[in-house]
Design a binder for this molecule. Structure first.
Ligand SMILES: Cc1cc2nc3c(=O)[nH]c(=O)nc-3n(C[C@H](O)[C@H](O)[C@H](O)COP(=O)(O)OP(=O)(O)OC[C@H]3O[C@@H](n4cnc5c(N)ncnc54)[C@H](O)[C@@H]3O)c2cc1C
Length: 511
């Protein structure tokens, strides 16, 4: 049978988009299939009401939790996937994250390959996504073979003040490595605005998302074809069951099948697992690539939370997301075990802030709270558990069975941040802060990973070290599904680096 394409890539987020960018110059016939459209550049991109209250860019889907209660997942289906709205904090996993690590909640397993295997690809990904940062400033940053190409974004005065106070107290805050195309925008010196960042699409295309950085340039290659607003519903296998021979697509209710020598799934950790579970046939009664029974299991999403510090001092910063702290990443003075990562984040919208402030600051107008608040994002590692998993309900909808792990690390991290911020504020003559907080619940799937873990043993992993399914000869996965453990840094740079690593393997195979 003649294949229509050499490679089909399904999904254009951090993984799929980056792979496409690297593969496109090969001249191989590539078909990209994406369920989302190109995200419109429109005024609403920066309108907090449209973005958060109305969920204008969020997927209009219902998933179900372990009690079969419906929820709307905080996920986004567009060319560029979730990177269209991400915060572009692009950190490397720490070197020791690749080994086994003991946590408050249990063991974080080792990866089958080492940090050294990833390092060249981290560097490549940082350059591709225009990461602005300062080497050597993050105390747990692993060794790197090249400097960042761009200086960090400067702190605004209030943030610089806090940075200086924390440093004076002996902490080691550092500039967050962040992917922004301040030097590469197509119109040099065009006005840009970073104030509405986390959760917002970027009208100016300064944010380095996978659509702007990776997909757009790849589409300039004549060998690349994209189909948008096309949902891949099933993968079809050969009579032996060893190859994917058809990718079945639903386009506005019409079904078509496409063929390629190699099929790469990059739908995001939850949707990729769902796609494989949906792809049932006589040879694969429990879903594709599932001889281990692990497809969909070991779902992780980090213990993530929003932590809003309200001081007496005003914070008029437009873009405050400029430093992070990893001092408690591996341990703390009162914890021999790891806690996690602290980062500033974009300003929380007023509606969300209001709901957080109801109890602690009931009589203060929300605008006033916002004028004095500094917003942080906390991340503690979430450990893999086979019981935390993606399954399909009888009607085909997604069920996410999840109980948070390692919550003690998260709670300790939160207490630590409150105490260091109190110290910093007292040092400046303040009274300490009022701290508003919420931990993300089941709908907070933005850091999803782990559902198709990679490894050397087909009985304990779904993918091999090249991210090829153990059970099939031509099926690869390059999104966040492959993580055997989640570390406590944001996932995207590792997903991008891995896509570049897998691409090198594919280029050799396709030669
Ligand atoms: C508000 C927000 C802020 C974030 N901030 C950061 C940050 O600062 N740093 C960081 O590292 N990470 C951040 N993240 C997380 C980051 O966006 C994800 O980790 C990353 O995008 C995951 O990449 P992926 O390739 O696994 O999946 P995605 O980026 O989700 O891409 C999957 C793609 O597959 C498509 N798709 C899904 N199913 C199908 C199907 N059946 N057929 C066809 N197409 C399909 C989707 O439409 C999507 O385009 C953030 C996420 C959010 C939501």
């Amino acid at each position: 049978m003649q294949n229509d394409y050499d490679v089909i890539i399904i999904g254009t987020g951090a993984g799929g988009g980056t792979l496409l960018h690297q593969l496109a110059p090969s001249g191989k016939r590539i078909l990209v299939i994406e369920r989302g459209a190109f995200l419109p550049r429109e005024r609403e991109n920066w309108d907090p009401n449209a973005v958060f209250r109305d969920g204008r860019y969020q997927a209009k889907e219902r998933w179900y939790d372990k009690f079969d209660a419906p929820f709307t997942p905080y996920t986004h289906y567009w060319v560029g996937g979730n990177t269209k709205v991400y915060g572009a904090a692009l950190l490397r996993m720490r070197e020791f994250d690749f080994g086994e690590v003991r946590h408050h909640g249990g063991l974080s397993p080792a990866w089958p390959i080492s940090y050294d295997d990833f390092e060249p690809y981290y560097t490549k990904a940082e350059h591709l996504y225009s990461v602005h940062g300062r080497r050597g400033s993050d105390p747990y940053e692993p060794p790197a073979s090249a400097p960042y190409r761009h200086e960090p974004i400067p702190h605004e005065p209030r943030i610089q003040e806090l940075f200086d106070d924390l440093t004076a107290l002996g902490h080691r805050p550092f500039p967050i490595p962040i992917g922004v195309r301040l030097n590469e925008s197509r119109v040099p010196h065009a006005p840009y605005k970073l104030s509405n960042f986390d959760g917002f699409p970027d009208l100016t295309e300064v944010k380095a998302d996978s659509h702007v950085v990776a997909v757009q340039p790849a589409l300039g290659h004549p060998n690349v074809t994209i189909m948008t607003e096309c949902l891949v519903v099933q993968l079809v296998t050969s009579a032996t069951g060893r190859e994917v021979v058809g990718v079945e697509v639903d386009q506005n209710g019409a079904r078509e099948t496409y063929r390629a020598g190699i099929v790469v799934v990059a739908c995001g950790a939850i949707n990729s697992a769902a796609l494989l579970l949906r792809s049932v046939d006589g040879r694969h009664p429990d879903g594709l690539a599932n001889s281990s029974g692990l497809v969909g299991r070991n779902y992780m999403c980090h213990n993530n939370g929003l932590f809003i510090a309200v001081f007496d001092r005003p914070n008029p910063s437009q873009f405050q997301k400029t430093f992070g702290m990893t001092d408690f990443y591996r341990a703390a003075d009162d914890s021999p075990l790891p806690l996690g990562t602290i980062q500033l984040m974009g300003k929380l919208d007023l509606d969300s802030l209001k709901s957080l402030a109801v109890e602690a600051l009931p009589n203060t107008p929300v605008e006033e709270i916002s004028a004095r608040s500094v917003d942080f994002f906390l991340t503690a590692e979430d450990l893999p558990s086979p019981e935390n998993r993606v399954t399909l309900r009888p009607d085909g909808s997604i069920k996410l069975t999840y109980t948070a792990t390692n919550v003690e690390a998260y709670e300790r991290l939160r207490a630590k941040l409150a105490s260091v911020l109190d110290e910093a504020d007292l040092r400046r003559g303040g009274r300490g802060g009022t701290y508003l907080h919420t931990k993300l619940g089941i709908s907070g799937v933005s850091h999803q990973n782990g559902t198709l873990r990679f490894g050397r043993d087909p009985q304990t992993s779904v993918l091999d070290v090249n991210c090829k399914a153990h059970d099939l000869d031509n099926l690869y996965v390059v999104d966040g599904s492959f993580f055997p453990s989640s570390s406590a840094v944001n996932p995207s740079l590792t997903i991008m680096a891995n896509a570049l690593r897998v691409c090198d393997h594919l280029l050799t195979r396709l030669r």
